[in-house]
Design a binder for this molecule. Structure first.
Ligand SMILES: Nc1ncnc2c1ncn2[C@@H]1O[C@H](COP(=O)(O)OP(=O)(O)OP(=O)(O)O)[C@@H](O)[C@H]1O
Length: 341
């Protein structure tokens, strides 16, 4: 499969969403990472937004699948089909040119997982594939000057992973990547409501609770919302009112994991760079950065200012766009299809 433009393409291949940027054009696509499959006919029915609306609501023969879990490919064929659809939608296709494609991956990805991403993108028709670590792209997208001899710290909280990194002179100096992100918060809400209130709710309702009601700093939020689900004792539909305190109880463990990994990176950071970070603060990117109260909670616990980047959900893809502009200069520092990983 070949593409209309020979231009470079950047992909933020996320657990929650895929964003595509084209060199010279900027961000051209932003869709949920969901594919709807008809298992009877082994056929893809919908990809992206349309497939997301089917999550949890499909008949037996149709499944709405999220092919990435915890930041990496969980279902190779479906991921490849999804990427093909998104890249063609974003860039069109023609028999003349093959693009170079840069894909953002979590900093803690294994070499087997790296190869899976490279192979999937080569199969779609890319000429070369380059991988950039999410915190590096996030820092570029958050307008940090990472090429100076100065300590910059980023916490990128996506759907599947949280990547924490200290970057100086363009490279990662210390990092931690944990498979805890927004999805783990949603799962914790589902579990808490099931165990404490005998109510089974869906993933999407749990995400709504997280966004509308939950806070990492519950003294600063006092909201309630009604959630509907199935009573696990009677089997009948039931409505429950969830408040911020209840939602906090549910999410506090995964939120503390994010705190612990940030703490670990700070502990390992050389003193000069740590001093820069205390002066300048820590920047949070990714959708998870928008969790209510997370900035004040982390600022308090780490005794260092923690800020949310402007438009944190697009930081990684914007940073990928910036990295694409300088690809010829930085390609030696990236894992790629041009050298064994
Ligand atoms: N206002 C909000 N409050 C809390 N969480 C939010 C908010 N808005 C979005 N999120 C969460 O952000 C997560 C998605 O973030 P993002 O799009 O950065 O992830 P991703 O890049 O797809 O994931 P990954 O990098 O882990 O593969 C989802 O879990 C979503 O629920």
């Amino acid at each position: 499969m070949l593409f209309k433009i020979g231009k470079d393409i950047g992909v933020d291949l996320g657990t929650a969403s895929v964003l595509v940027t084209v060199k010279g054009k900027g961000v051209v696509l932003n869709e949920p990472s969901v594919v709807a499959i008809d298992s009877d006919r082994d056929k893809t029915l919908a990809v992206g937004e349309e497939a997301r609306s089917m999550l949890g609501r499909t008949p037996l023969n149709i499944s709405a699948i999220r092919p990435l879990r915890e930041g990496v490919i969980a279902d190779f064929d479906i991921t490849e089909n999804m990427l093909r659809y998104f890249i063609q939608k974003a860039a069109g296709n023609s028999p003349f040119f093959k693009p170079r494609v840069m894909v953002c991956v979590p900093a803690g990805i294994t070499s087997v997982e790296q190869r899976a991403v490279i192979e999937a993108v080569l199969n779609i028709g890319a000429k070369d594939v380059f991988l950039i670590e999410e915190p590096r792209a996030a820092a570029l997208g958050a307008d940090l000057d990472i090429f100076e001899p100065f300590g910059n710290m980023v916490i990128d909280i996506g759907g599947g992973t949280t990547d924490v990194a200290v970057i100086s002179l363009g490279d990662i100096v210390k990092k931690e990547s944990i498979r805890v992100g927004g999805d783990k918060l949603d799962e914790a809400i589902v579990r808490h409501i099931r165990d404490k209130h005998n109510l089974m709710i869906g993933e999407r309702s749990a995400e709504e609770v997280k966004i509308q009601v939950a806070s990492a700093d519950p003294s600063t939020r006092n909201k309630t919302m009604e959630v509907r689900g199935r009573d696990i004792v009677t089997g009948l539909p039931k409505t429950l009112t969830v408040d911020s305190e209840m939602a906090y109880e549910a999410i506090k463990e995964p939120v503390n994991s994010i705190l612990r990994s940030t703490h670990m990176v700070l502990e390992k950071t050389p003193p000069e760079l740590a001093a820069d970070i205390i002066d300048k603060g820590i920047v949070m990117t990714g959708g998870g950065a928008l969790l209510h109260g997370l900035d004040t909670f982390l600022t308090d616990k780490l005794q260092c200012p923690v800020f949310i980047a402007e438009d944190p959900i697009s930081s990684v893809v914007r940073g990928t766009g910036i990295a694409l502009e300088m690809l010829d200069n930085i390609m030696d520092t990236l894992a790629s299809s041009k050298k064994p990983v």
